[in-house]
Design a protein around this ligand. Sequence first.
Ligand SMILES: [Zn+2]
Length: 238
Amino acid sequence: MQNLQRTQRQPVDAGVKIQVEAEAMQKLWLWTDFAKGEVSCLGLVDEVVSSETGRTTALIVTDFFLVKQQCTYEETDMDVADIARLIAELESKGIDSRKLRCWAHSHGSMSVFWSGQDESCISGLANNEWLLSLVVNKRRDTQMRLDQFHPSHMYIPDVQWEVKYPLVDGLAVACFDEFKTKVRETTFLKRTREDQLVRRDMILDELDEASARGALTMEELDDELNWLGIERDDFEQY
Ligand SMILES: [Zn+2]
């Protein structure tokens, strides 16, 4: 069933940057579009560790691989033997197969969420360590999840992530130059202060006019001025 009401989600900052390289993401979108229903793939994840602190600062999905699988409109079942084949193939190329730490799958035309089946697939693939999971659909909805299984199972069902675009030589400098030439930024503070003063003058004009018409008693005028934080003497000078 299609979920027509899209509620605003608030992905959580996992305290580590999570990215998927643009070309890998493009492969996932292509397979998502080719599939009638669901489809799965496995991703290689680079763990970026700070040399200063020894802490992981980023998890970057660098590539996705398709393995043999049985799929329906609601299910995707990867062939275990073909996952083993993929692992052997990576190892033969000198790629550490323990970096296969992302499972991505598409829900086809359905909404994105974590089903009971997805949960058991995640714990199977995580192998008692950690795993990134990405669920997408044909409408380009996405949801990223981070699970850890040691020392206990904890997960964030909706983490912040982004596509990592390749660096284009000179693009940052060119954009910066164009921005500096065409965009004039006034400070927010100044604008607010100006707005406040304009608004204050408008109210004072109105009060002045109202008291001249006799529409305001002295008491009411005092109340209004008091509320605006203006002394009676200052108002009369104004
Ligand atoms: Zn699913």
